[in-house]
Write a protein that binds this ligand. Structure first.
Ligand SMILES: [Zn+2]
Length: 402
């Protein structure tokens, strides 16, 4: 048993974080110094060198889930929503064993994301974005870009400095309390976001990469677009999302790495090479930070601020390559979290933000009608002129369109 100290040098001004994990009383101490732009050590503790903890190190303020004031969540169940009950464990299909445990979630997502090598960014993060007050043309939507910020709780936004998302909100439509489906985990919700269906209909009720469990029940947004001879792409951080990829439904399928920087780099390269009609971009770091230091911890909020700047780079690239006037950009999340976990049916885990930006999208609109994860696919399909498949539960969010 080891007591590991991870020193994270995130190259965000004034950020030096000391993270202590897995500390057992009386256990030997291993200190691992982790600059995020150099190769990281493996997650396996090294037997040497060993150090004794010093008062200075152990007294360093740790970001915890409790040291950041939380914004108040208001939560109004809608008639059509799955009733939420914080006392009820994750509702799962009783007929099928669900390989979903907190151990699986934390082990897979954390070890593969933050504890792997982070490359230097090959792009400039963008902290300011100039968008038109009025779109210069009444252009038809030819592309949809769906960006998910994995693990972003809606009430994290007011606690962090997110100038890009603020700009998107001011120049587009925004729902502050959209709804994830339950179980509130990555794969189940991405299947709804991209598959247009509630879990009982898309069939994915697990959160691991297990090819034997099969694929989503279609059609998905990708397969519906392909049926209309459109092009599709998916740049993602977690290979388990391949459960959403029906045969021949995604033209450009890139597991782009385990970090936002890598995903963003790949997305920028793809935009330069040519934007498909449907492009999904999955940014994992906010979720990884939540598992490491807690949802709403300072570390997670700082991570969100970095993610915000990467989204700025993506939108700027869309503009510079003359796509933005023809593209609907939807930015949302798959779930929130509480403590260092997620998966259950609580407001903290299921209320997510939802942004829409583009030509013919109302500016400065705040939505308040119920909006569910599966409505994202329907909204994207509607914008592209694709008929909503009858199998889908989702409805297009018509209010956002002029
Ligand atoms: Zn997670």
């Amino acid at each position: 048993m080891f007591c590991n100290f991870y020193l994270f040098y995130l190259f965000i001004p004034s950020l030096l974080l000391v993270l202590i994990t897995g500390c057992a009383s009386g256990a030997p101490i291993t200190i691992v110094i982790v600059p995020t732009n150099t190769p990281l050590p493996t997650a396996t503790p090294s037997p040497s060198p060993t150090f004794s903890p010093t008062p200075t190190m152990t007294s360093t303020a740790l970001p915890t889930a409790t040291d950041t004031p939380k914004a108040t969540l208001t939560f109004t169940p809608s008639p059509t929503a799955t009733p939420l009950n914080t006392d009820t464990p994750v509702p799962v299909a009783t007929a099928t064993p669900l390989p979903l445990t907190s151990t699986l979630i934390s082990t897979e997502e954390v070890s593969q994301t933050f504890l792997s090598t982070v490359p230097d960014p090959t792009f400039d993060p963008v902290s300011t974005l100039t968008l038109p007050d009025n779109w210069p043309c009444d252009c038809p939507v030819e592309h949809v870009v769906i960006i998910t910020i994995d693990g972003l709780r809606a009430d994290a936004l007011p606690e962090a400095d997110t100038p890009i998302l603020d700009t998107v909100r001011a120049h587009g439509a925004f729902h502050p309390q959209a709804r994830a489906v339950v179980p509130s985990v990555t794969l189940v919700n991405h299947a709804s976001i991209l598959g247009g269906m509630a879990p009982e209909n898309h069939g994915i009720m697990w959160n691991i990469n297990a090819p034997d469990l099969g694929l989503i029940r279609g059609p998905t947004l990708f397969s519906a677009a392909k049926a209309m001879s459109m092009t599709t792409g998916m740049i993602y951080a977690k290979p388990k999302l391949e459960h959403i990829v029906l045969t021949d439904s995604v033209d450009i399928l890139e597991h782009g790495g385990y970090h936002d920087i890598q995903i963003t780099t790949n997305a920028l390269n793809q935009i330069e090479a040519g934007l498909p009609n449907v492009l999904f971009i999955h940014l994992p770091d906010v979720d990884s930070a939540g598992h490491l230091t807690g949802w709403m911890s300072k570390m997670q909020l700082w991570t969100l601020e970095a993610t915000d700047s990467y989204i700025g780079a993506i939108i700027l690239a869309l503009e510079q390559h003359d796509y933005l006037n023809r593209t609907l950009v939807i930015i949302t999340s798959d779930h929130g979290g509480v403590g260092r976990k997620h998966g259950a049916d609580t407001p903290e885990e299921t209320i997510i933000p939802w942004f829409a930006l583009g030509p013919n999208i109302k500016q400065g609109l705040e939505l308040n009608e119920p909006l569910f994860a599966y409505d994202t696919a329907a909204t994207a399909a509607y914008a592209l002129g694709i008929s909503i498949p009858p199998e889908w539960d989702g409805q297009p969010v018509l209010d956002i369109f002029y």
